[in-house]
Every structure is written in structure tokens, then in C-alpha cells.
Ligand binder design. Structure first.
Ligand code: SF4
Length: 387
């Protein structure tokens, strides 16, 4: 009898952007067409080098993220996806989910048609705000009108699964202004909406302005306002038929992201490309993040990636809890028992009861999940589960 293979998610990192946004600390950069071409050749050789992974894993979802995958020349994207199909012996059209991240300032009808032909099923578009002054402040390369034109273009081409990203807690952003963005996006009726609060990261232009002791630090919304925006997100989106299924993610029924959910469920994933992370056999790896080194060693697993962490059983139990609790359906006590051979009560009984008493967690039948109050202080709740 054939051994059942484990499910696997594939993340493909495309680290190029037209211009760096003012708040961004992702591994992304502006690059010439020549570097992009060399990078795709390196990605192809990395994909070739991981071929044996198909002996033990079955690819279920693909996520092309960045950076901005939509800056890539169409022929380069074709090349990557053809290699993926060849290495993993799959047909994109039969995959559970194939997502492409798109910046609204980098698409056209011609590109939409090609993406559709390639077998991309899901589009994730970062609009971040529907107000042009906020988009300018963020350093985005597109206007709201450009986003709209491209959103309709994607629909016209036949994309039936679109996710839109928004941001809240922007400098000087009022609750009303944020609500307008939410309503405008909800009225377009995308299948999925994510909304994250701005985090001011070091080594970004925003840090000098809005970071600790920054000149304009006071322009950031207060913590109370940040929470009010989170609450408004849930309120408004539920009026439009969206269900919150993770702290910052909302979907119409049946459109929860399978790829992203698998991260919260501890499903193994392989990340390819510059700085990409992988989680395989309870080990966490990371590819090198210097472009020259990556281009040189892409095909050499030893030199391309580092073991960041070998997760002990305790680490795995902690992750099971705090990743799983990000989902609104929470974690299952039966699944915990199946995974670790001990009950959740045995390992986390004390913290579970403490959190339940503080009304941060609810335990109902087999499942444990965050309450609304627990969502507000989720980082505190998660930290309690570190063993
Ligand atoms: S488009 Fe995305 S990845 Fe690129 S600079 Fe802006 S936020 Fe960063």
C-alpha cells in the first residue's frame, strides 16, 4: 500500500517592487529587468533542486507573494509556473488554490488575461486605502481610481476569487475615513478582505516620522482608536456578508484562504526565493536574503538556506495553540491529543482556566477559541501559551 503523502503549501517570493512604500520592511526592492531575469533563472534552479520533496509531500496550494509578483514580465511568470508544474507533477487548474499578489499600479487587461490563462485562480490586491491622500502618504504607486479600473478588469477577465487588503491606524486617520474605505471595498463585493493595522517598523521612512520619539509620533491613532477600527471592521463587513475567520481576515462563505489557513493549522510549507521561509519536518528554515548570494547558491540547498529552528515537542504544542487560536474557530482538543498524545488539559490546563476566567478564551465542547475581549489582547493571550 502506498504511504499517504503530507499536504504541502508552496510560497514563491518575488522580491521586486516599482518603488518602496514608506512603511514597508518586507524583503523587496527595485531591480532592473536583467536582475529580474537572473532571479527567475535562480528560482528555477532552486525548484529543480527540491524535486525530491514530492516523494513525501503533495502540493495543495501555491502563493506567489512579494514584493510585487505582478511587476514581473509575463514570460518570466510563465517560466516559473511551468517549472512548478513540472517539478511537482501538477496541473495548476486542479490545485486547491493558486494565489497571485498584485499591486493595482502594475496590471493591465493584457496581464489579467495572461494570468487567467496560466491557471491563477485567486488574486490578492493590496489597495490599503480608498483615499488618495492616504495612498500618497503611504508611498503607494497607485490611486484609488486605478485600483477600481483594475479590479473591474480582473472581474471582466473572469477572476471569481479576489481578496483585497486594507490598512487601518494610519497617521491622522479618523474612524469615519477608515469606515468609508471599508464600505467602498465591501460594496465591490470581493470574496475576501484583510485589514491590518499599520505597524511602524524600524529602518523605514515611517520610523523617523512616526516611530518612537519620531517627529510626528502623535499623529498615529491611539490604541483605543486602533481597537475601535478593528471593531468597525467586524461590524461593517458582517453587514455585507463577510465572516471573520481569523483576527484580521474576513471572507464570504467558502472563500477563506486555504493557503493562509494552512499556516495557522501547522501544515508544512516550502518557501522558494530570496529570504523565503520553510517549515518542513518540524524544522524552520530560511533562505539567504542577500541577492548576490541567492543568485549564486540557489541550487545548493546547503549554501542557500539555514536551519533557523528545530522545534521541540514543547515548541510544537505552543505553536499549535497560538497559531490555531488566531482562527475564530479556535483549536480542537481532539486534534491536540492526536498530534501530541497528551490532552490539552494536561499541558495547558492552568492557563486555559485562567484565560477562561478572565473571559479571554471560551471553551465549548471540543473547541477552545478567543472571545472578542481575547482578540483585543491576543498577543498577551498567545504569550501565555509559551512552554
Ligand atoms: S508594494 Fe508591498 S512589498 Fe512592495 S514596497 Fe509596497 S508594501 Fe512593500
Amino acid at each position: 500500500m502506498r504511504n499517504k503523502k503530507s499536504p504541502l503549501g508552496l510560497y514563491i517570493h518575488i522580491p521586486f517592487c516599482v518603488k518602496k512604500c514608506a512603511y514597508c520592511d518586507f524583503l523587496s526592492m527595485k531591480a532592473s529587468g536583467e536582475i529580474q531575469k537572473q532571479y527567475v533563472d535562480a528560482l528555477i534552479s532552486e525548484l529543480d533542486s527540491v524535486r525530491t520533496i514530492t516523494n513525501s509531500y503533495e502540493l495543495q496550494t501555491i502563493y506567489l507573494g512579494g514584493g510585487t509578483p505582478s511587476v514581473l514580465d509575463i514570460n518570466l511568470l510563465w517560466k516559473i509556473l511551468e517549472k512548478v508544474q513540472n517539478v511537482f507533477l501538477i496541473d495548476l487548474s486542479r490545485m486547491k488554490e493558486v494565489t497571485l499578489e498584485v499591486n493595482p499600479g502594475t496590471v493591465s487587461m493584457e496581464k489579467w488575461k495572461e494570468y487567467h490563462k496560466m491557471g491563477i485562480q485567486r488574486i490578492s490586491m493590496g489597495v490599503q486605502s480608498t483615499h488618495n491622500d492616504e495612498l500618497e502618504l503611504l508611498g503607494r504607486i497607485h490611486t484609488y481610481e486605478q485600483f477600481l479600473e483594475n479590479y473591474y478588469g480582473a472581474r471582466e477577465t473572469g477572476f471569481a476569487n479576489i481578496s483585497i487588503d486594507l490598512m487601518s491606524a494610519l497617521p491622522n486617520q479618523s474612524l469615519d475615513k477608515y469606515r468609508i474605505s471599508l464600505e467602498r471595498i465591501a460594496k465591490l463585493s470581493p470574496e475576501h478582505i484583510s485589514s491590518y493595522s499599520l505597524i511602524v517598523e524600524e529602518n523605514t521612512p515611517f520610523w523617523a516620522l512616526y516611530g518612537e520619539n519620531g517627529r510626528k509620533e502623535k499623529e498615529l491613532p491611539t490604541e483605543e482608536m486602533d481597537r475601535a477600527m478593528y471593531k468597525a471592521t467586524k461590524e461593517i463587513l458582517s453587514l455585507y456578508g463577510y465572516q471573520r475567520y481569523e483576527i484580521s481576515n474576513y471572507a464570504k462563505a467558502g472563500y477563506e484562504s486555504i493557503h493562509n489557513s494552512s499556516y495557522w493549522m501547522g501544515v508544512p510549507y516550502l518557501g522558494v526565493g530570496l529570504g523565503a521561509s520553510s517549515y518542513l519536518e518540524n524544522n524552520r528554515y530560511q533562505n539567504r536574503s542577500d541577492m548576490q548570494g541567492y543568485l549564486k547558491y540557489a541550487a545548493d540547498t546547503e549554501k542557500r538556506r539555514n536551519l533557523v529552528e528545530a522545534l521541540t515537542k514543547e515548541d510544537q504544542m505552543s505553536e499549535f495553540m497560538f497559531l490555531g487560536l488566531r482562527r475564530m474557530c479556535g483549536v480542537s482538543q481532539t486534534d491536540f491529543m492526536k498530534a501530541f498524545g497528551q490532552t490539552m488539559e494536561q499541558i495547558f490546563g492552568e492557563v486555559l482556566h485562567k484565560m477562561e476566567k478572565e473571559k479571554l478564551l471560551e471553551i465549548k465542547d471540543d473547541r477552545v477559541f478567543l472571545t472578542d475581549k481575547g482578540i483585543d489582547v491576543s498577543n498577551y493571550v498567545f504569550s501565555e501559551f509559551w512552554l
